[in-house]
Write a protein that binds this ligand. Sequence first.
Ligand code: IMP
Ligand code: MG
Length: 172
Amino acid sequence: MRTLLSTETIAQRVTELGKSVTNDTDDEPLTVIGVLTGSLIFLADLVRKIETPTQIGLIQASSYRGTATRPGELSVDFSLLPDITGRNVLLVDDILDTGQTLQRLVAHLQGQTPKTLKTAVLLWKKVRTEVEIQPDYTGFQIPDEFVVGYGLDYNDHYRHLPHIAVLDENDL
Ligand code: IMP
Ligand code: MG
């Protein structure tokens, strides 16, 4: 597998994102909502770089089934979502691909009447995005390749890699 983003490169960018989030929140408390399972590691690193009182909540969403590398039907579970009424919310996902996931989650969260709602993605495959969503915070724009590591999986493998790698045909 070819390394696309090294551990050091990711760490440096996550620190920058944390600074931006901190600067933008004006010391108001924040609820950071991570999308399971892919955002887990990004979420854990990002919240430790945000210097604002922060609560953490989780949503589960999955659009990939097993060995597919193209999205299928989206299933979402909001049962772990805390009350976000009147809160400043930051929705955190691993990657913005077609945008179906983020669009659906943003629509649901808006319905809970947060005070503000922003989105952060570690990776953005902009050429594949089909929806009008622009993340408020993006770690890296990447080309249309299937990537794994730092939380991202292929059939639940490789999430634990500390860097982000491109999975090529031979690895499938
Ligand atoms: P979207 O709904 O098409 O934007 O898909 C977003 C979700 O698909 C992400 O939260 C990931 O779980 C998954 N995904 C999209 N691209 C990749 C990839 O290159 N590697 C691993 N997972 C991916
Ligand atoms: Mg995901």
